[in-house]
Design a protein around this ligand. Structure first.
Ligand SMILES: Cc1cc2nc3c(=O)[nH]c(=O)nc-3n(C[C@H](O)[C@H](O)[C@H](O)COP(=O)(O)OP(=O)(O)OC[C@H]3O[C@@H](n4cnc5c(N)ncnc54)[C@H](O)[C@@H]3O)c2cc1C
Length: 449
């Protein structure tokens, strides 16, 4: 990493700066932790490896905002950078060249603090970083943390940052929050993979530039409103799902696929994405667009199986590093969970700092379990497995599309099939018996009820 970061760290140490908390990573989890701790009077240093905040943070595009009420002032809430405010959420089920969609339009989602927005991460993460700095936190960019020494009751924690030539600097603080994202190298360095359940998916995404007015007309939008479409049946024979989100003058489209399945089936993610984009229900939405950005990123979908992560000595983990991402079929929520976990972890650190009692950190498990992070993860604990099953990935899309086909295809002079016959025949075509259908639907119902 850069000489600049080493220089900045040396200056901080040379100037006798002392920190209560070092936050590693300035994604949503790290920034939220820094805001929370700095608001409570802690001296906070954020170390971010990117050359600007958000530089490394590829994601789909939708952020659910209500958690920010507990973090930001009203003035800050009214200036969150956004592309569009989501007023329609859809689930689309593809099979062959057919598609069934269920959409919910709710204009009230865009009023006041919106339920969800699309936003570019360099802007959203940069905005949160500024809020942390406005509260006194110090941010050093291009600072790759290569090691963390957890410390203990009598010794402070310490982090090592390094440049490309192996020259290192160390800096210590009472506490460290590691918010390094979905590829938790520091966590593995400190604790190994003991007790951790790896469940990685690969996300691939393209941003397609399209004129703002064309997007408005194509999707029936106005006044900066936007659409969030989650897609089942978008990933050919590989387990996963797709998404399509509207930005102001671009569309984010991508897939999240099971990494192991992708490897086993020897499929290329970009080939799957091309197939998805070529689907007759998707390609007209992208027509005339120009690809202006593309990339791939890991997702850590282990969820509650890895709870809690830490504390280890004076070190805690937040966000994707602590497996807080909720990937549960119709829900893909990472940023809001990362923010919530950053807040919880930083509150604990602030409590431990003021009471000078490390034992306080042991309350992490209870705090996470009681928060919406723990409750939702527990409630939806079977969702990832269910939505990745052969039934949900292959059979359900076939049945849903066949039923819709039979019901809505007018077959005069033959009489209409009727719902029951349409369901029966569609199940037969998909090779699903009555027993399997009842078992799988009630399993799904039990998970999402
Ligand atoms: C394809 C895809 C689509 C997604 N879609 C959505 C979506 O639409 N909505 C949603 O809410 N979530 C979505 N997610 C999930 C979401 O991106 C994550 O849950 C969220 O970014 C987690 O935040 P975080 O702060 O924990 O980690 P990150 O956002 O990954 O931030 C980690 C930060 O730490 C820095 N860092 C890492 N290691 C070091 C180090 N050693 N030293 C210094 N700095 C370091 C990184 O540069 C980065 O800035 C998606 C993810 C993917 C991959």
């Amino acid at each position: 990493m850069s000489e600049r970061a080493l220089e900045a760290t040396r200056e901080l140490r040379g100037g006798g700066e002392e920190f209560d908390l070092i936050v590693v990573g300035c994604g949503p989890a790290g920034a939220a932790a820094a805001i929370t701790a700095a608001t409570r009077g802690l001296r906070v240093l954020i170390l971010e490896r990117g050359s600007f905040v958000g530089a490394k943070n590829l994601y789909g595009g939708v952020i659910y905002l209500s958690i920010l009420r507990s973090l930001l002032t009203d003035d800050e809430l009214s200036s969150i950078p956004f592309e569009r405010k989501i007023h329609r959420r859809s689930t689309m089920i593809l099979e062959g060249d057919r598609a069934v969609s269920i959409s919910v339009d709710n204009p009230s989602w865009t009023e006041g603090l919106p339920n969800a927005i699309t936003s570019h991460r360099r802007e959203f993460d940069g905005f949160l970083a500024s809020a942390a700095m406005a509260r006194g936190a110090t941010l050093v960019l291009e600072a790759l943390v290569t090691d963390v020494h957890p410390g203990d009751k009598g010794t402070n924690a310490k982090v090592t940052i390094a440049n490309g030539e192996g020259i290192t600097e160390e800096i210590s603080s009472k506490f460290v929050i590691v918010a390094e994202g979905s590829n938790p190298q520091l966590l593995q360095r400190i604790s190994g993979s003991k007790g951790r359940s790896p469940a990685f998916s690969l996300g691939v995404k393209e941003t397609i530039a399209i004129d703002e007015r064309v997007i408005d007309e194509r999707f029936g939008l106005s006044n900066s409103s936007g659409v969030d479409i989650e897609v089942l049946g978008a990933t050919s024979d590989v387990r996963g799902g797709g998404f399509l989100y509207t930005n102001k003058s671009s569309i984010s489209i991508g897939l999240v696929v099971d990494l192991a399945d992708l490897g086993n089936k020897r499929r290329r993610p970009e080939e799957l994405l091309e197939n998805f984009k070529a689907h007759p229900s998707i390609s007209p939405l992208l027509r005339g667009g120009r690809r202006c950005e593309y990339g791939a990123h890991l997702l850590n979908e282990a969820g509650h199986k890895n709870f809690p992560t830490g504390p280890i000595g004076r070190v805690l983990f937040a966000g994707d590093a602590a497996s807080t991402l909720l990937a549960a079929g119709i829900y893909l929520e990472g940023v809001n969970y990362a923010i919530a976990s950053g807040i919880e972890v930083a509150k604990l650190v602030a409590d431990a700092n003021s009471s000078m009692d490390l034992e306080v950190l042991q309350r992490l498990q209870e705090r996470i379990a009681k928060s919406f992070i723990g409750v939702n993860h527990k409630r939806l604990s079977g969702a990832f497995e269910y939505t990745s099953s052969k039934f949900a990935q292959e059979k359900l899309p076939k049945i849903a599309n066949s039923i819709a086909d039979r019901i809505f295809t007018v077959s005069d002079p033959e009489a209409k099939a009727g719902f029951m016959r349409a369901i029966r025949e569609s199940m037969r075509d998909a090779g699903v018996g009555k027993g399997e259908m009842i078992r799988e639907l009630s399993r799904g119902f039990r998970i999402f009820r």
